[in-house]
Design a protein around this ligand. Sequence first.
Ligand code: NAD
Length: 264
Amino acid sequence: MSISVVVVGANGRMGRTICDVAQNSSEYVLVGGVDSPAHVAELSLRMVGKCPVSDNLPDLLTRVPEKSVIIDFTAPEVSLASARIAVERGMALVIGTTGLSSQQLEILQNLATKTPILWSSNMSIGINVMRKVLPELVKALGPDYDMEIMEIHHKHKKDSPSGTALTLAESLAKAKNWDLQNVRCSSRDGLIGERPQQQIGVQALRGGDVVGVHTVYFMGPGERIEVTHHAHSRENFARGALRAAAWLVDQKPGKLYGVQDMLG
Ligand code: NAD
C-alpha cells in the first residue's frame, strides 16, 4: 500500500526534492504541497495537475486522505505550527527542520505524546549509522584523544553549527559523560590559550552549493582518525524522510521519535 504524503515547505530546496522523489516512486503518493504566501504562487506553477497546493495547512488537510503523513522541512516556528495542527487532526508528522531551541524541542516532545512525531536534524541513513559507531570509538580510544567536529554547508544555510554537527557532538559528549553545553567550543579567536582536555570543538564553514559534509576528528599522540560523511545530493535526506513517513504511520504517540528508533 502506498503512503500519502503532504509536504510543508514544498517550494524549498528539501521540499522540492521530497516531492520529486515521492512522485517518481510507486511507494508514495504526493497528495498536497504547502508553502508560505510569498512562495505559493511559484509552487502552484510547478505543481499544476500534480497535487493540490495551498499556503494554509489546515485548509489543505481537509482535501487529503485521512491517513496521510505530513513532512515538514521549513523553519522552527513553522514546524511547531505544523505539529500543533497534526495533533488537532491526529496525523503523523515527520520534521526535518534544524535550528530548534531546547525550549522548542521540549514543546515538540510534549506534542509527540499526543500524535506520532519523528524529528531528525539529519534524515540520512549514513549519518545515523555514524552516530551509532562514534561512542564505540570514544570508549576504545580513551582519554588521550581530542575530539573536534568540522561541518561544511552551502552559503544559504541559516543555522550554525548544523543540527547534525550538534547531534554528533552530543553523541561524543554522552559517551564521555560530559554535558555538551559545558564543553562545546564553536569559536576560537585571539589569545585563547591551550585547548582544555574536556572540550569538543564544533566548527562551521559556509560556501557555494555544498550539500553537507561532517567530519569527526579524534586527535591523539602521533596519530589522528577522521570519520567523514559526505552528502552528495539532497536525495538521501528526502529518501530518509519518506522512509520515516512510512514507518511513522504505524507508530503510536508517546515519545518524540528519531531516525535511530526507525533503524532499531
Ligand atoms: P529552504 O529555505 O530552501 O526551504 C524552506 C521552505 O519553507 C521555503 O520554500 C519557504 O518558503 C517555506 N516556508 C517558510 N515559511 C513557511 C510557512 N509559514 N508555511 C509553509 N512554508 C513555509 O530551506 P531548505 O534547504 O529546504 O531547508 C529547510 C530546513 O530543513 C532547514 O532547517 C534545514 O536546515 C533543514 N534540513 C534538514 C535536513 C535533514 O536531513 N533533517 C536536510 C537538509 C536540510
